[in-house]
Ligand binder design. Structure first.
Ligand code: SF4
Ligand code: SF4
Length: 337
């Protein structure tokens, strides 16, 4: 037996009576960020229709009777789906307790304000390559001021190598305005200061059943640190995310709190050989209905939501040195002797 437990991460947000779905219902995007892989954005792939979403949510309810369902709609850019507001309304009518969307905030502020009739939480991702800082800030403040206190809007800053002073200026603005935020490392095609190409993303790779001949994008097994210069790494070292949504236990059993975004920031996201409970409290649906535990594809294809929803109770052993999966970083994990 593999005991005793040596290290552990537990997310108090993950409850037995709740199933959390990440639904990548469209990978169409109006941006083309260099650090984004084809798995997450292209303009060719099938977009899940309103009718397919309805079949899917009913299959999830059938497999999880009595459970609360939360859904994180992801893309691509979810707000360019032609029926996004109808989908939000339908999901709420089907009893989804919490709907979250990640957006690049490129649509008019009024679209987001309207969506909060059904939406519970919005993460706005700031992409240096495509975003006008002033327009983004103005929209963010307008939406923040219009939503009720039971709704949530979050600022996610994708730290772009080559944009140190602009990053510091945004963090100062966030602090001055008491805005809670998270920061994430990325792997851009170019550093924005000297056009240096990051060759390591051209190595090719396989994600789930999909093979990418040139571009691995999220880059499992690749450390993001070599994309940043010394000064940027110093800033990253001083940075502390505003959320504490994960409990960590070290080898002495001491408890500490952190944001799961901190794991890659602090190089604590190497889970090779750890038990990872991804899939138990959550799973990922692709735009064609295929279901995986997470982006990494560990555990393989586990079904198609247009046919039925899976039920998973066993962990996987992580084969990767760099976890960059959203739900994956949040999932319970433990390292055994
Ligand atoms: S906005 Fe998001 S989904 Fe679109 S290209 Fe950029 S990282 Fe990818
Ligand atoms: S989500 Fe995937 S890559 Fe991340 S720790 Fe779990 S198995 Fe590993």
């Amino acid at each position: 037996m593999n005991k005793p437990v040596m290290c552990e991460y537990i997310s108090p947000n993950l409850k037995e009576d709740t199933i959390n779905i990440e639904w990548r219902f469209s990978v169409k995007c109006n941006y083309d960020c260099s650090y984004c892989m084809p798995l997450l954005h292209n303009n060719n792939t099938h977009v899940t229709t309103f009718e397919e979403m309805k079949i899917g949510i009913r299959n999830i309810k059938k497999t999880n009777p009595g459970k609360k369902i939360t859904i994180a709609l992801a893309g691509g850019e979810p707000f360019i789906h032609p029926r996004i507001l109808d989908i939000l309304k339908m999901l709420k009518k089907e009893g989804v307790v919490k709907i979250h969307i990640s957006t690049n905030l490129s649509l008019p502020a009024d679209t987001y304000i309207k969506s909060f009739e059904w939406l519970d939480a919005l993460t706005t991702s700031f992409h240096f390559e495509n975003t006008d800082t002033q327009i983004f800030k103005t929209k963010f403040l307008k939406i923040s001021k219009s939503i009720s206190s039971d709704k949530n809007i979050k600022f996610l800053l994708l730290l772009c190598p080559g944009k140190l002073s602009e990053t510091e200026e945004i963090i100062k603005w966030l602090n001055e305005n008491n805005i809670r935020y998270s920061v994430r490392k990325i792997k851009p095609l170019y550093r924005l200061d000297n056009n240096k190409i990051n060759q390591s993303i051209f190595n090719g790779g396989v994600v789930g059943s999909k093979a990418y001949p040139k571009y691995t994008g999220l880059g499992w097994d690749t450390d993001h640190n070599n994309y940043y210069n010394t000064k940027e790494l110093e800033l990253l070292d001083t940075f502390k995310n505003s959320y504490t949504n994960l409990l960590g236990y070290d080898t002495d059993g001491n408890e500490y709190k952190l944001d799961w975004n901190d794991l890659p920031m602090q190089n604590k996201n190497n889970f090779m050989g750890w038990e990872c409970f991804i899939g138990v409290h959550s799973f990922l649906i692709h735009e064609n209905g295929d279901i995986y535990r997470e982006n990494c594809g560990v555990g393989g294809l586990i079904g198609n939501i247009f046919i039925s929803a899976p039920k998973i109770d066993q962990p996987v052993i992580c084969p990767h040195k760099w976890c960059n999966c959203g739900f994956g970083l949040e999932a319970h994990k433990r390292k055994l002797k």
